[in-house]
Design a protein around this ligand. Sequence first.
Ligand SMILES: NC(=O)c1ccc[n+]([C@@H]2O[C@H](COP(=O)([O-])OP(=O)(O)OC[C@H]3O[C@@H](n4cnc5c(N)ncnc54)[C@H](OP(=O)(O)O)[C@@H]3O)[C@@H](O)[C@H]2O)c1
Length: 491
Amino acid sequence: MNNLSERLANLSPEQRSQLLSRLRGGVAVSPTKDRPFVPKSLDLKAEVTLADEIRPQAPVDLAQLEHVVTNPTAVFVTGGTGFLGAFLIQDLLRHTAADVYCLTRANSVGEAKTRLQQNLSRYEIWQPAWASRIVPVLGDITQPLLGLTEAAFGALSQKLDAIYHSAAMLNYILPYSALKKPNVQGTQEILRLACQNKTKPVHYVSSVAVFESSAYAGRVLTEADPLDSTEGMFIGYSHSKWVAEQVMLLGRDRGIPITIHRASFISGDSNTGITNTNDFVCMMLKQCFRMGVMPDLTFMLDASPVDYVSRSIVYLSMQPQSIGHVFHLQHPQAITLKTLGSAYRLLGLDLRQIPYREWVAALKADAAQDAENPFNRLLPFFTQEYEEGLTLPELNAAERRPTISCEATLNALEGSGIVCPPPDARMLGRFLSYFIQSGFLELPLLSRLNPILLYVIATPGQKAIALAVFLSLVGLGLSLPRWQPLLSSGL
Ligand SMILES: NC(=O)c1ccc[n+]([C@@H]2O[C@H](COP(=O)([O-])OP(=O)(O)OC[C@H]3O[C@@H](n4cnc5c(N)ncnc54)[C@H](OP(=O)(O)O)[C@@H]3O)[C@@H](O)[C@H]2O)c1
């Protein structure tokens, strides 16, 4: 069998999945009519299993847990080399006296330490004084016992007071079969750790993607609503998070103290604007800037800054009354992609808003011209058609989505001083400034020299000078009318 397409057609589902995993580093993986994103045979409810032995060895006395919940001495974090994980480590170090054990993929403890330190440094939150409280644990969530020996797993389980499970594979293109090991089986092993020896609370980072089912369209969903619908869910990542959450709920029903934190998109640090520029939204924005056009789509961007998400998780995890509850950490003041586009235009950026289908045509033309563009591997997300011939962004437009309420979460945060900063001009400016100063977005964008944009991207020193100049202009009775619409727009 010499022909490549014949050989691919004859791969077993397992071989196909292995090939997908190997390709995931950046090669386009496109669904086709005979290889859709969602295999018809996938029964998500049947995927929800938890080995019978994973259950508390004795009934959990919540009153007894209270002391370790509020004063942990050793906590376990997965995903510490990722975006949210970096901030979780920071907040646990800041707000508890605990040592933070971090499950890390590495060949040696030294390498793991370096990876963790470099990750916190990347987000400018590293403090050398923390080094002695960060304890790497070499392992892998896809492996039985997280890749630890039985002895090491047992010793670790004895030490820990709480588990923060943030590790996952975030990929909107791969099917469920390719994400099952990290996102579902990893969760099962985390619950095994939670039950080994003493029972300890688990804080699981989930996603509002669990509500992707079309059955929820138009409804208001609270933290207490049951998660029972799967029809019309198309994204493999959403499948994996739905199954993982159900596995957590199975564990909760068996008496494991579990708290679920559902995030939406996570944006950059609200203090510095520093963000994970490899994420889906950033890559999409970069592509829009590259083409000079943005889709005129009411796709919801209820992204919360990473520091809000992380600080909330750590705060809520230390309140005994949180145990057993679900929290919604999306931004309470969502904006749409369309509003974001308008805000960028107001800043003077050369970004035209066009109908979604025209934008997709422009995407395809751009991909044909530059086959090396890393964005091309996300193309299927924007082009593949599902129900009613609609693509995923169209199916996820605001009018087809549920409204996700975070009222109970905001009530639980009341009195903590934790507030989600509004998506206003200052916040937007901070993110844009980081994009430009870090080189993520290139300067030729500044085709129209708008004073607001220049101010947004200026360094703090330059800002001080600009402000002084501005004040002296105002003093001279001059004004800059282009500032006014943005400042009064609430964006
Ligand atoms: N980012 C968002 O917008 C968003 C939105 C909603 C929910 N969430 C949820 O938030 C959590 C954190 O997301 P994130 O943005 O921080 O993701 P991220 O930056 O992609 O980080 C993923 C982390 O998971 C680790 N990981 C993946 N596979 C692993 C394995 N087999 N063994 C051990 N560690 C493994 C990665 O380790 P390596 O560095 O070794 O790869 C990395 O530390 C996830 O559970 C995600 O589902 C994120």
